[in-house]
Every structure is written in structure tokens, then in C-alpha cells.
Design a protein around this ligand. Structure first.
Ligand code: SAM
Length: 566
């Protein structure tokens, strides 16, 4: 039997190695009247404080699998301030390794990079896990959705009072509908009072094993509204936004038909090399949280799709002092730990494989992929039609600038240049950014890009753009001597006025566009967000982030401006 996992910081155990599974059943499952509570429901949501090893999640999933009706869907949303490594989880759960298979293996295969914010995993078209790596007090206000049952599982309140706050109880109430239940192992007086004040009816029950009491109860509030999710969605646009949406919707049991007069990946998504990268900013904001979630999601989703995915990292050269300062702040504020490292020139050069004479920011989890092949991999097994969507269909607009419908979005022309690697450049081990970028070599070629021409719609590749791409490269990484151009491609990306994607619902249609230069990761995260809106489940992203993504934001900004003037 493994050792009981213990937290040094809180001087408390995660659960008892002897009977942790029994305790979960008694306190959280029985305490919330499961499985009876989910019978007859198409959708059920559990909220948890303190994910730890995921033992509670895994046992709830196993029970749901055994007892819920076919077609029923479980949302499990959990917060965790100090995420464990996958190795620590495996070790901690070793007493139940056999019992928890195949669930444990599937969870660990998708377990997110340990960076702050929202992380969505989907299993078997039937279970969505939303893991939020943050303090419970910061994470709960960001959850959007409706919860049916709560597992309150922090460490003992006396040792971990920060997790048992009025703010946490009030957020639980906000997310609960009438009849929602909760259960917790503790019977601490201030927890009981806090839950009562927040509107829960609280009763003492017999605790587990030697513990005399525990608490359980329910919420009286507004009735839940529950709309059925559509069976099929018609997606206009078969680029990254559309193809990733088809692929992701199917994970939730929603079918899709793609519509594109030009076929798969005809536009900006058709480039042969793309870099999976977040858009970097100095502070942690709702926008940076989007790129963090999207980047982590791409990192655990894309490797299994093939499409030339190579996790070779990305090195961002601090080309001037302002950039250097911004990178320093990003590394400090984003909370990515060793997934975002500031490097001096010497170390940057070692990682790059060629001489870099400035500081840099290195993202070891960044990758390159073939976006056109990725679109095809996403779209495998879906119909792609050239005609329009049928009348009355549920529609997702994923067709770039054509999705504008009055929104302030525009195109930005980008040309990439493919150059043949030489002896010197073949040493490049990672993607390198400097305003432009050069990819690590793939099949003896580097992609060098990309121009940024907001005013131009010329689709043919231009020689002067190749020259500009290579000149910029030479300015920042001297002495590569790359000159043998092997190809090029120009396309129009779509961007919005505030340079952030547009993802949400608008006039009865759904939209995912304006992914700009970060579309590989951002379209994938957008696809999960759209899936949640369609099915009415717990959202895969935080409330503040979704607000920044919403198509309504431009109008709201305008009306705020005119209110100020008046
Ligand atoms: N449910 C877990 C399981 O199945 O393994 C056990 C949870 S353990 C008793 C409590 C968890 O709460 C720990 O993983 C701890 O890191 C986390 N935690 C402590 N303080 C927190 C806070 N303020 N916000 C979010 N999580 C916190």
C-alpha cells in the first residue's frame, strides 16, 4: 500500500490511504445523494474545492459511467491552487490503481500543464472536467454555469481557513439552482454558519469512520433553466476555426457539417508551417488567461493528431529594452514557472543552436505544426460541402472576415517565405521570434515570416515580401546567410479592432473569428467555448475572458464611450 499523501504546507493529508475511496463515497457521493440525484437528468454538474489527486473526480466519473442514462452528460469543475504533478497523482492514487482504471489513465493522458487558469478535458463524449488552477477565492467568481452538487474538500478548515470563506460560500450560492446539494467532511461551526448565511439549508450527518459529524444540505433559490443542445451544427468555413470546431463538438456528442466553397484550409490556415504560441503581454489579464488556456489545451490535444507537430519550443528575442521589460513582467506575472524562462544571451544561444546576442524568453512547451495538415486531421470523418447551410440550421460562422456581420474586424495580409536550410541554419533547434520568426527546420526548410500588411489584399506572393522577410531575419540573427528561396505563400488573416478573437453568440448564430496570428491555439480553445454555449454546460473559460471574447464587446465599448460624452 502506498503512503498516505500529505501536504507539508497545510500539515494535513489529502485522504487516508487506507480508506480514502470509502470516505469519498460516504462523504461526497452519499452526501449528495448520488447516483440517485442524476437519474432522469440529461446534464449534471459537480463543483469541487480542492482537486488534489482527483480521487473524488475519478470515483464520481466511475459512478456516473455505471449508473447514468446513456446520453447523460457530467460536468465536473474543480479548483486547485497547488496542482500536483502527474507523477505525484499516480503515486498518491497507487492504492486504487486497479480500481480506478481506465479512468485514471485517461485523466493523466490529458492532465494539463501546471499553469494558472482554466483547463478543459473531455472524456468519452460524456464527461467534461474543468480544472481551474487558482485560489478558490479567485477561481469561483470566474465560473459560469449551473452546479447541481458541491464537494467541499479543502484541508481541515482550522489549518486552511482561506478556503472556507464567505466569498467561497456566496459564489457557491450564485452557481447553485434550487435543489442543488453540498457535502463536506467537516462540521466546523464557522463553515456551518457561513453556508447558512449564503442561503444553504445545512444539517449535520454522521461523519466517516471515527469522525463524529459531517455537513450536508441543499440550496433554495431560482429554478434551473435547461435547454436541449442541438444535434447538428453547420459550420461556415473549413479553416482552423471551423475544422477545430467540428472536431471538438463531436467530443461533446454534437455533430457538425462543414461548408466552404474553397474546401479545407484554403485561406490563412493553409500555411505549411505554423507556430503554437501565446500572444505575450506584461500582465496577467483575462486576455492572457485565454492564451494560457489555449496554449495548454493545444499542448495536450495536438500531439495525437500528427500534422507535423513537434514540440521544439519557441525563443522570443528581446529585440529592444521595451520588449525585454515586457518579457520580464510576463515571466513574473503569468505564473508559468519553468514553462516561461528568461534567458541571458549565452543560454539563449545554447537553446537556439545559433548565436543570439540579446536576452530572450523561452517557452519550452511551444511547438510547430503543419496547419493545413492539422485542418485535414480535424476534419477527418466530416462532410465538407461547397453549398450554403440549410434554412433554419444552427450555424457557426468560422469564415474569417466574412463572419464580420458589422463587427469591427479586418484582414491583415501575411506572406511567409520558405527557405532551404544551410549548414549553419540547420543547427537551429527551436522556433525563434524577433517580431518576425524563423521556424526550426522541417524537411530541410525553414518558414520565415510573416509580413503584416493591413492595407493589402493581393493574394499572389510577392518577391519584395520574401526580401523583407529575409532582411528582418538577418537584422536579428546575423550570419545565417539564408538565401535559397524554396517557396512562399500569402494569405489574409482576420483580426479585430482590439486584436483579440471574437468568440460567442450573436443574433442567434455562433461565431469564432479574428484569430489573427495565434490561430492554432486560439481556434481550439474557441471551439470548446462554443461547445459549452451550445450544450449549456459549465464554461471552459473564465467569465472575464468570455466577456472579452464576446462579439457584443465592441457595441458595449461604444455605448460606454457615448455615455461618457453625454
Ligand atoms: N479532493 C482531493 C482528492 O481527491 O485528492 C483532496 C483534496 S485535499 C484534502 C485539499 C486540496 O485543496 C489540496 O490539493 C490543496 O492544494 C487545495 N487547496 C488548499 N488551499 C486552497 C485554496 N485556497 N484554493 C484552492 N485550492 C486549495
Amino acid at each position: 500500500m502506498g503512503e498516505t499523501p500529505r501536504s507539508e504546507m497545510f500539515d494535513d493529508v489529502y485522504f487516508s490511504a487506507e480508506n480514502g475511496a470509502e470516505e469519498t463515497r460516504h462523504v461526497f457521493l452519499d452526501g449528495n445523494n448520488l447516483p440517485a440525484a442524476w437519474q432522469g437528468k440529461r446534464r449534471f454538474a459537480i463543483g469541487e474545492t480542492g482537486f488534489g489527486t482527483g480521487l473524488n473526480f475519478l470515483l464520481a466519473w466511475e459512478l456516473f459511467d455505471r449508473t447514468a442514462e446513456s446520453g447523460a452528460f457530467l460536468d465536473f469543475v474543480s479548483v486547485e491552487k497547488y496542482p500536483l504533478t502527474p507523477e505525484a497523482i499516480r503515486e498518491g492514487l497507487s492504492p486504487w490503481a486497479e480500481r480506478l482504471q481506465p479512468y485514471l489513465g485517461r485523466m493523466l493522458a490529458q492532465y494539463p500543464m501546471r499553469v494558472p487558469g482554466f483547463h478543459r478535458m473531455v472524456f468519452d463524449q460524456r464527461v467534461a472536467l474543468t480544472l481551474i488552477f487558482d485560489d478558490a477565492n479567485a477561481a469561483l467568481p470566474e465560473i459560469e454555469g449551473s452546479v447541481d452538487a458541491w464537494f467541499l474538500d479543502g484541508f481541515t478548515p482550522a489549518k486552511n481557513p482561506d478556503m472556507w470563506t464567505r466569498g467561497v460560500f456566496n459564489e457557491m450560492a450564485r452557481l447553485s439552482h434550487s435543489g442543488a446539494t453540498f457535502a463536506t467532511f467537516t462540521a466546523a461551526g464557522f463553515v456551518k454558519r457561513g453556508l447558512r448565511e449564503a442561503g444553504f439549508t445545512v444539517e449535520k450527518r454522521k461523519g466517516f469512520g471515527p469522525k463524529r459529524d459531517m455537513l450536508a444540505g441543499f440550496f433554495e433559490g431560482a429554478e434551473m433553466r435547461d435547454a436541449a443542445s442541438p444535434k447538428t451544427v453547420h459550420i461556415l468555413g473549413a479553416g482552423l476555426a471551423g475544422c477545430s470546431a467540428a472536431y471538438v463538438l463531436r467530443q461533446y456528442g454534437i455533430e457538425a457539417v462543414l461548408h466552404d466553397p474553397h474546401g479545407i484550409a484554403a485561406g490563412a490556415s493553409g500555411n505549411p508551417v505554423g507556430i503554437v504560441n501565446p500572444r505575450l503581454s506584461a500582465f496577467r489579464t483575462p486576455e492572457s488567461d485565454f492564451y494560457t488556456a489555449a496554449f495548454a489545451q493545444a499542448g495536450r490535444t495536438l500531439p495525437s493528431l500528427g500534422a507535423g507537430y513537434v514540440q521544439c519550443g519557441a525563443l522570443h528575442i528581446a529585440v529592444d529594452e521595451e520588449k525585454d521589460a515586457r518579457f520580464a513582467r510576463a515571466a513574473e506575472n503569468w505564473g508559468w514557472g519553468n514553462q516561461m524562462r528568461r534567458l541571458a544571451p549565452q543560454e539563449a544561444s545554447e537553446i537556439a543552436g545559433v548565436a543570439i546576442d540579446k536576452n530572450a524568453l523561452f517557452l519550452p512547451g511551444a511547438a510547430q505544426v503543419d496547419p493545413a495538415a492539422l485542418c485535414r486531421a480535424y476534419a477527418r470523418g466530416f462532410d465538407v460541402e461547397v453549398g450554403a447551410a440549410p434554412e433554419g440550421a444552427v450555424v457557426l460562422l468560422a469564415n474569417g472576415a466574412a463572419a464580420a456581420r458589422g463587427l469591427p474586424i479586418h484582414t491583415v495580409r501575411g506572406q511567409i517565405t520558405l527557405v532551404r536550410a544551410n549548414a549553419q541554419s540547420a543547427k537551429i533547434k527551436t522556433n525563434i521570434g524577433y517580431g518576425g520568426y524563423i521556424s526550426a527546420p522541417v524537411n530541410g526548410l525553414h518558414a520565415v515570416g510573416a509580413t503584416f500588411q493591413k492595407w493589402m489584399t493581393e493574394m499572389a506572393a510577392r518577391d519584395e515580401d520574401d526580401t523583407a522577410n529575409l532582411k528582418k531575419l538577418e537584422e536579428h540573427i546575423a550570419g545565417l546567410g539564408l538565401s535559397e528561396i524554396a517557396g512562399h505563400r500569402a494569405a489574409l488573416r482576420t483580426a479585430s479592432q482590439d486584436r483579440f478573437p471574437v468568440i460567442g453568440e450573436m443574433d442567434g448564430r455562433y461565431v469564432s473569428t479574428a484569430h489573427g496570428s495565434h490561430g492554432i491555439a486560439s481556434t481550439l480553445a474557441g471551439a470548446h467555448a462554443i461547445a459549452d454555449m451550445l450544450r449549456g454546460g459549465i464554461r471552459s473559460l473564465g467569465k472575464s475572458t468570455l466577456k472579452k471574447l464576446a462579439p457584443q464587446r465592441f457595441e458595449e465599448r461604444e455605448s460606454r464611450k457615448s455615455a461618457k460624452k453625454a
